[in-house]
Design a protein around this ligand. Structure first.
Ligand code: ARG
Ligand code: GLU
Length: 719
């Protein structure tokens, strides 16, 4: 009966919300069934088997989860790994000193002995993946409570993964897909000796900096090169000078043939997180409440940092990395809310929901299972939105005050001392606080933070309803007449959390001083805000979050059952995915068309010797003046720098290889366009572009700029 109804529904389908071209982050094991034909019709010359295969070597054997957060690709039979400059940034910075500043000058190991080890850095390959849904959901019954269900699932996961890696050096993890309707296991091989081989100077690797971040047209040479090392048996090992370059199962060939608009492109990597199946209520909350609040808070903070950084060189250096990381998501959320609006995402979701409901109502069983689903979700979001907003303000504004976050890290020690513990019993924690204090104060300016404190508290005061504010706001109102500058001034001048000297004094005699800490005004501010959050926000937030996830799980199932005109891909969750599209420019606004590639000429156009981000290295200028581009220029003699395409990517895809139809490397993914950052929530093919560093520019920099052309001898280069 149900089947017949479904068939009728299919015939009478009126859904307007079908999967748009190029949308989707696909699981490699299903490419053959779901995508191969489509990919080939769009220009793929090879097969799904060439992309993912567990019986012979395939492209997947050259794709690396780099340091857990980025992607990298293997481009030589001696384990050479290509990723972004911003992915290797932490390592490049760690090797830098004032005398030997690799960030500023770049770095090129002239031979393997000069390659630099990076403790803690890993490169993880996927050995295989497997659908383990039935095993993970074994013995899960309808009658179970949420907690029982969760516990059983975790037990099952632990049994399955242990079994999968028994007697091997592999690792394994299992992740939920489709809101927990399915589970997949990934068996992995993780290498622990990954050395830095080369990086361009920041003036190339970070050219355009935060100004150009999330923007097209782009000219950033965002790459760095590492090498994976293994023991003599080609297996993962801790760093040792006896380790040898890893011999990969597959080496990615590089194409110097260039690209044309419309060419097929494919990205293979580890996208972090997307939420493509949210309801209109959720998108409404993100677009109209959450993103605007977070943007406003960060904008306020960035303005203060910017002013102080410009006024004082020491502050500029102290805050440059912090500023970049705050600015990255500030700009992303700003692009996201604008992009959602431009794509009319809420209304499109609403139309889809109407159609969905119409389908539900044609079938009695569907009606009884799913009839209330959307109204339930709508109701949940009515209260969730408020808790989510309070949580945003707590995380972004309250914890955005550095001294408050710093004071919070003292809670455990101060609580222990207050409950009668002796300092000797918690010496390890005290020592950790001491070493953290040194790191914290190296990059801390109390005067700047005091201004941030005043401004962010005022934002909370002005935007959160009175009864939802922490008690301390009452006091600020009474004692300081809600003058947040005066309040901040008074607490920053009295607190011992704002200088290394006073905090070390405390840590050297914690038993004698903890009572003072309990009365410290910054500690009191932190305590008041934290207890409000922990008592009145977090529990409600968490329980609603669990209920919403449960409803989303059912909604996901219902959509897949009832709206069968659409191919469903699972949201990104830091697992290996394939996305494909084409090289394509776009129209950012009425009357403006962006070309699909940029060139070295554009770098010279952007040059500005008085702005750090736009200084052009003299050597690069020299090559430009001589037009010394060698084999890296296109037919007309232009040197391409970057290009954009319609691949559906997100954070975590940084460093991902980008392939042409022959599965040759044509570039390295490193960003998305500002107009398209909403694609984590709603993909619109007209707006969304990923930004790719052209591999010809990468090799030009390695060879012509850095004089490290010997590295090219290791690579498979197709001309
Ligand atoms: N927007 C890119 C990515 O999320 C690059 C970030 C690094 N670059 C920067 N200028 N902060 O994450
Ligand atoms: N830069 C991002 C990353 O670090 C990729 C940009 C995006 O979110 O698409 O992964």
């Amino acid at each position: 009966m149900k089947k017949i109804v479904l068939a009728i529904i299919l015939l009478s389908n009126s859904i307007t919300f079908t999967l748009k071209a190029d949308e989707g982050m696909w699981l490699p094991i299903f490419l053959k069934a779901l995508n191969e034909a489509d990919m080939q019709s769009k220009g793929l010359k090879l097969t799904a088997d060439d992309i993912y295969n567990i019986n012979k070597s395939s492209l997947k054997d050259a794709i690396v989860h780099f340091g857990g957060g980025c992607t990298g690709e293997i481009i030589s039979d001696k384990g050479l790994l290509l990723t972004n400059h911003h992915c290797g940034y932490g390592q490049i910075q760690a090797h830098s000193t004032v005398e030997n500043d690799l960030l500023t000058n770049g770095f090129w190991a002239k031979n393997q002995t000069e390659e630099l080890p990076n403790p803690g850095l890993t490169a993880t390959f996927i050995i295989r993946m497997e659908d383990v849904t039935a095993k993970v959901l074994a013995n899960i019954t309808e009658g179970m409570s949420d907690a029982e269900r969760e516990k059983k699932i975790l037990e099952n996961i632990s049994t399955i993964t242990k079994e999968a890696v028994k007697d091997t050096h592999y690792g394994a993890y299992i992740r939920p897909f489709y809101y927990g309707n399915e589970y997949y296991m990934f068996v992995t091989e993780t290498f622990r000796d990954v050395r830095l081989v080369g990086a361009p100077p920041s003036s190339i690797g970070k050219f355009g900096g935060d100004t150009d971040n999330w923007m097209w047209p782009r000219h950033t040479g965002d790459f760095s090169i590492f090498r994976v090392y293994a023991n003599k048996d080609n297996k993962p090992a801790d760093y040792s000078k006896d380790n040898v370059p890893y011999q990969p199962k597959y080496v990615i060939p590089i194409s110097l043939k260039g690209i044309q608009e419309g060419d097929f492109t494919m990205v293979y990597g580890f996208p972090g997180r997307t939420s493509e199946y949210l309801t209109s209520f959720a998108v409404d909350m993100i677009q109209n409440v959450s993103d605007p609040a977070k943007v406003k808070i960060r904008e306020t903070k960035l303005a203060i940092l910017d002013k102080d950084m410009k006024a004082n060189d020491k502050v500029r250096i102290q805050y440059s990395a912090k500023y970049a990381s705050i600015a990255n998501y500030w700009k992303k959320w700003d692009g996201e809310r604008n992009g959602l609006k431009k794509a009319d995402a809420i209304n499109k979701k609403k139309l889809f929901e109407q159609d969905f409901l119409a389908k539900v109502n044609t079938d009695d069983l569907a009606k009884s299972n799913y009839g209330n689903l959307l109204s339930d979700l709508e109701n949940k979001y009515k209260s969730f939105s408020n808790y989510n907003n309070q949580r945003d303000y707590f995380i972004e504004a309250i914890l955005g005050i550095e001294a408050v976050g710093f004071a919070y890290s003292y809670t455990a020690v101060i609580d222990a001392l207050s409950s009668g513990k002796k300092a000797a019993e918690i010496q390890k924690d005290i020592d950790r606080l001491k070493s953290n204090a040194t790191t914290f104060f190296k990059d801390y300016n109390a005067t700047t933070d005091e201004k941030v404190c005043a401004a962010l508290l005022k934002l909370v005061y002005d935007n959160i309803p009175k009864n939802e504010q922490a008690d301390i706001f009452n006091e600020i109102e009474k004692k300081h007449k809600a003058d947040f500058n005066k309040y901040a001034q008074s607490i920053y001048s009295k607190s011992f959390f704002t200088s290394e000297e006073s905090i070390l004094k405390f840590l050297n005699n914690p038993e004698g001083n903890y009572k003072k800490a309990l009365k410290d005004p910054i500690y009191l501010l932190m305590k008041s805000c934290y207890s409000k959050f922990a008592n009145d926000v977090l529990p409600q937030y968490n329980s609603l979050d669990i209920e919403i996830t449960k409803l989303n799980r059912v909604y996901m199932k219902a959509m897949r059952e009832l709206v069968t005109t659409k191919k469903y891909y699972p949201d990104a969750n830091s697992t290996l995915r394939v996305t494909y599209g084409k090289v394509d420019g776009y129209y950012p606004k009425d009357g403006v068309k962006y070309n699909y590639y940029t060139t070295l000429d554009g770098i010279m156009e952007k040059e500005n010797p008085s702005v750090d981000e736009f200084i052009v290295h003299p050597k690069l200028k020299e090559l430009y003046n001589k037009k010394d581009y060698g084999q890296y220029a296109d037919k007309s003699g232009e040197l391409h720098v970057a290009f954009c395409a319609s691949n559906h990517t997100t954070g975590g895809n940084s460093g991902s290889p980008v392939f042409n139809g022959n599965l040759e490397l044509i570039g390295t993914n490193f960003d998305r366009n500002w107009e398209g950052t909403m694609s984590d929530i709603f993909y619109n093919p007209n707006q969304v572009r990923n930004i790719i560093l052209d591999v010809r520019y990468t090799l030009f920099i390695v060879d012509k700029f850095a004089g490290a052309g010997y590295l090219l001898n290791e690579m498979k280069i197709n001309k």
